[in-house]
Design a protein around this ligand. Structure first.
Ligand SMILES: Nc1ncnc2c1ncn2[C@@H]1O[C@H](COP(=O)(O)OP(=O)(O)OP(=O)(O)O)[C@@H](O)[C@H]1O
Ligand SMILES: [Mg+2]
Length: 147
């Protein structure tokens, strides 16, 4: 086997403390491996879009409210994480978070997907969050789950 050495790392942020810690781990790994970092946030479209449209609409067509919320999440992440010396891009996606994150990472041939064990969900959980749980099941690359 060829040695594993990441060129592309994707991290998923919902603005929660755990997702910020995950992004910080991802940034550190990018720095030491000279890898490119994608910081991705996914917004769920309002109920109804799925049945009518059949596919997630582009972010622009959902109006300003959703993309404003995404911008806040991405700004908070970029401010909180040490990104010095890291080549990074922020990405906004629309749809089911786990599905979109796994698809995006797959399309970019990511070598690693870094996520938080839990997120911004209001319910205090004993188990891992539902997005993290689903990503671990459907991802096509290694997943690093940060507590
Ligand atoms: N909308 C999202 N966009 C990007 N990343 C997300 C999103 N939602 C969750 N994540 C990622 O998944 C990790 C786990 O969050 P998850 O949503 O599974 O937990 P939770 O919010 O505590 O639980 P639940 O959403 O099931 O109530 C987060 O730390 C983040 O890395
Ligand atoms: Mg959540």
């Amino acid at each position: 086997m060829t040695p594993w050495s990441p060129n592309v790392i994707v991290t998923a942020t919902d603005g929660s403390d755990q997702s910020l810690r995950a992004a910080n781990v991802a940034a550190g790994l990018c720095r030491t491996n000279d890898a490119e970092l994608f910081i991705v946030t996914v917004v769920r479209p309002p109920e109804g879009w799925w049945g009518i449209v059949g596919a997630p609409p582009p972010a622009e067509s959902l109006g300003n409210a959703l993309s404003d919320a995404q911008r806040v999440v991405l700004e908070k992440t970029v401010e909180s994480v040490d990104l010095s010396g890291v080549r990074y891009q922020t990405i906004e996606e629309v749809g089911d978070p786990a599905t979109q994150l796994a698809r995006f990472a797959d399309e970019r041939n990511a070598d690693l997907l870094v996520i938080g064990q839990r997120g911004a969900g209001l319910v205090e959980r004993i188990m891992v969050g539902s997005v993290a749980d689903r990503i671990v099941h459907i991802a096509t690359m290694p997943v690093l789950v940060v507590p």
